[in-house]
Design a binder for this molecule. Structure first.
Ligand SMILES: Nc1ncnc2c1ncn2[C@@H]1O[C@H](COP(=O)(O)OP(=O)(O)OP(=O)(O)O)[C@@H](O)[C@H]1O
Length: 284
């Protein structure tokens, strides 16, 4: 269980806090999505949950952030890293620079933990198969596309098998197929009991895969609920968050008089199918 109670954080020498009064609970074995406009504090919150703040960044953290009852600020970085994996926003920065093959790169964290060689090799093969990058294992980590590098960065965290995984825009470099693959891997992780917090802009996928959705706005959690509840909230556009394609299509249909103003705007495929009367079964 991840629990934040009235967390505030100010970067070193920053004139104002990046986060204020943030309280949240993430139950174990669930997927929580976090959405927010640019600059809302998503990366900052990801680093708090991963224990990188304040350990790595410095600055002033107030309130309490715990994982399984342990205060993150009191864990050593090694302890924090063994509890929470952080997939950072820019995959280029996640690459260690210390290994010449993708295989070595993915194994790097396990190597540092002293994992036996055979176990390490099996772990790397397993995550590579899961993320469909087995054919990249003997390539140089520097000769990859942005999307391939992002999958390698994700693999290098998954292989550590931390009970909690925090992902900061992990699909930003991926094409739609790669993005769907990552979300299906999250479902697999959830089934295996992993707790996932994903900071992401792709609302349709969050709607389909997340158990809960949090909105970060004005430096705090402005709204929390099921994805369907949150995505239907009229305040989202004011917070700089878009709407799902289903909502946008229905809004257009409403403007053109094709559906009445009294019909609630759909946020999901199933709701849209009901509104447009086409039934389920089409392409999503
Ligand atoms: N190292 C830093 N020092 C001082 N201020 C920072 C630092 N990093 C981020 N900030 C500030 O903290 C606030 C939140 O930034 P953060 O990167 O967490 O937002 P974000 O929601 O992840 O944005 P984006 O979607 O653009 O990545 C911003 O006002 C930003 O300018």
């Amino acid at each position: 269980m991840i629990r934040l109670d009235d967390v505030g954080y100010t970067y070193p020498d920053a004139p104002a806090p990046a986060l204020q009064h943030v309280s949240l609970e993430v139950p174990p074995g669930s997927i929580t999505g976090v959405v927010g406009a640019s600059g809302a504090g998503k990366t900052t919150l990801a680093k708090v949950i991963a224990g990188f703040i304040p350990q790595v960044e410095g600055g002033e953290l107030t309130g309490s952030a715990t994982v399984d009852g342990r205060n993150l600020a009191e864990l050593s970085l090694v302890e924090a890293v063994s509890k929470v994996g952080l997939v950072i926003q820019n995959p280029f920065n996640q690459i260690s620079g210390a290994r010449y093959t993708v295989r070595g790169e993915i194994a790097f964290g396990l190597e540092n933990l002293g994992t036996p060689r055979a176990e390490m090799a099996a772990g790397v093969d397993e995550v590579a198969a899961l993320l469909r990058i087995t054919d990249l294992l003997d390539r140089s980590p520097y000769a990859l596309s942005g999307g391939q590098m992002q999958l390698v960065a994700i693999a290098s965290m998954l292989v550590l098998r931390t009970p909690v995984l925090v992902m900061d825009e992990p699909t930003s470099q991926l094409d739609p197929a790669g993005t769907r693959l990552v979300f299906s891997v999250l479902d697999t992780l959830e089934e295996a009991g992993v707790t996932v917090v994903i900071f992401e802009h792709k609302l349709e996928l969050l709607q389909a895969h997340a158990d809960r959705l949090l909105v970060l706005a004005d430096r705090t959690i402005a709204l929390a609920g099921t994805p369907t509840e949150v995505l239907a909230d009229e305040r989202l556009s004011g917070w700089g968050i878009g709407a799902t394609r289903y909502t946008r299509a229905a809004r257009l249909a409403r403007e053109r008089g094709l559906i009445g103003a009294e019909v609630p705007l759909p946020v999901s495929f199933d709701q849209a199918a009901a509104v447009f009367g086409t039934g389920a079964g089409g392409a999503r």
